[in-house]
Design a protein around this ligand. Sequence first.
Ligand code: ADP
Ligand code: MG
Length: 684
Amino acid sequence: MDLQRSVQFLKGVGPGRGKQLERLGIIKIWDLLYHFPRDYQDRSLIKPAHSFSQGDLATVKGTVIAGQESKPRRGLTITKLTLQEGGGTFYAVWFNQPYIKKQYPPGKKLLITGKMDRGFGVPQIQVTDHEVLDGEEGLHSGRIVPVYPSTENVSQRFFRTAIMAILRESGTEIKEFLPDRILDQYNMPCLPEALYEVHFPESMESLNRAKKRLIFEEFFLFQIGIGLQRCKNTRQEKLHAYGETKLPGLLLKELPFQLTSAQGRVWQEIEADLDSPYPMNRLLQGDVGAGKTIIAALALAKAAGAGQQSCLMAPTELLAEQHSRTIKRLLEPLSIRVEFLSGGSRKGKQKILEDISTGQVQVVVGTHALIQDQVTFKNLTLVVVDEQHRFGVRQRAALQDKGHKPDILVMTATPIPRTLALTLYGDLNISVIDMLPPGRQQIKTHHLSLTQAGKAVGLIKKEAEQGRQSYVVCPLVEESEKIDTQAAVDLFDRLQKALANFSVGLLHGRMKAPEKEAIMGDFRMGKLDVLVSTTVIEVGVDVPNATVMVVWDAQRFGLAQLHQLRGRVGRGSQQSYCILVADPVTQEAKERIAAMCRTQDGFILAEEDLKIRGPGEFFGTRQSGLPEFKLADLVRDRQQVEHARREAEELLKADPELRNPANRDLLDHFASRFPDFARYSDIS
Ligand code: ADP
Ligand code: MG
């Protein structure tokens, strides 16, 4: 049996069923083997019918001695077979399956599974599964039976029969691709055994062993893919070099502060990447306020000093604009020309585009729109991406292929636990700024119920009297921007009344960009005491004079978001506060709010968040480039992740491109399991 053939060629499939299976992601015969059960039913205990109680899931063996059919009303046919077992009898009942009576005449031996009904004297089973016993072992009963994810039209019986047939007939075609050494070390079964046991487990223990191997293999292959990608990155030399330049040094001298030791270390790491003959692929992690922007500015300055172009991308216009202001302030004194490029069409945009294409602009700040087609650079060699944990492996690969093999620095404030970072960003080198600039204060965090919200207003008033500023954030629920905006407007009206002597501004998603910028500008310059906003200020805004962050309906925010929001205050030297106004109902929401009040450490919060929500939710699977693992769970199986990563790394160290004949099966297997990945890694 050729497992790589279309599933249509499997006995009993054909084009119609083939289409149905395709919708379940099953294209090749092989894919059926990796269509794992979503659950199992233990039907291994065959006992006499009378030993089961009312409502039990019973599996019973018997010989048909009589059959009857009745039609109590239109559209309902009841088939009732009488079966004999040992000395007694029991009934088996089917609804609307009129063929049953003919198919199983007296004398047939059946294995019956279903719900036991003891209400009629004679034990009666409502059949959910049955099969004929003709000497062969049971497939649908009398064992631990797999339950498959399916659509309505493909039955459980189909899956079981088809998969068993494949397992029986594939013989040596299911090839082991993991080295024996690894199987031995972690006491894992070989692939044919694992596949057999995951579908038709002998016992719960053997099922667990099979799963352990398949989970390991999932992580292992993923890590191999990442390793190959990394190898590709370091195989292709870049076409540019920066050489000696004074600009970063000059910039450092001009700063009103010293880099923290963490910033210093990270800058060294980045500078070494820039000086290396291979393109940089680095992730810069640092909690909110850790001071990532200055590091980006140093890199941009280095590129500019070498006469190259670079760009800084931010996820929103507002942030891009703020970055542009900061970067201009830092770099223009060094005679570096920095331009802001927005998505819309502004006065002078044409001229800027022109100056970018001729190389007169050295640094361009904007949203990710700026690496799309209409913008042409003369010699773009460095791309810095801010706050982009939504940037997957593939997008980065696409960016690499932009022609110049630019150096890439991805900055994120999302604190990702180490194991996960290695899994998610294994193809990147990771730098962490693990300390905040000196003098930062603990942000006092409190939870208030809605009825206590007046206290928050009191705090805002008190701070405003001292000349300090506050944010009030209300959630964007995204179902309807209109309703959300209305909520923000209502809150704004109420606060304006309550804070009559102060100036309150409003910012929401339905405003046009210039309007937003004007409001932000007013807040930044201190013309506004309070800024009421939907979550557009979620990331990156830097107003050191702001000391209060009030989050309305805080139960609607995820932990990562809350942490980001809190990071907007405590940026100056004044005591700052974060007030979470919420009446949490769900356990999860309660835990999130409690965690916020308990700690300010982004990494601890990230761990909490993972525990509360699981990684899929945490990262947003599709956006993050995180693969959807079939069996594996990044949190539950953390140890496996770590083992798999270590083993993959070791294997690739000895054979970086899997060219060793001993790894041929692994390479083949990888290429057929992850064709996309294989393509990007230039292998297969
Ligand atoms: P983030 O990592 O969140 O992007 P920023 O780069 O916006 O942080 O920095 C936060 C604030 O800290 C800015 O006002 C910045 O000027 C300041 N800052 C950065 N590094 C230092 C430092 N070493 N010492 C003092 N202040 C610093
Ligand atoms: Mg930032």
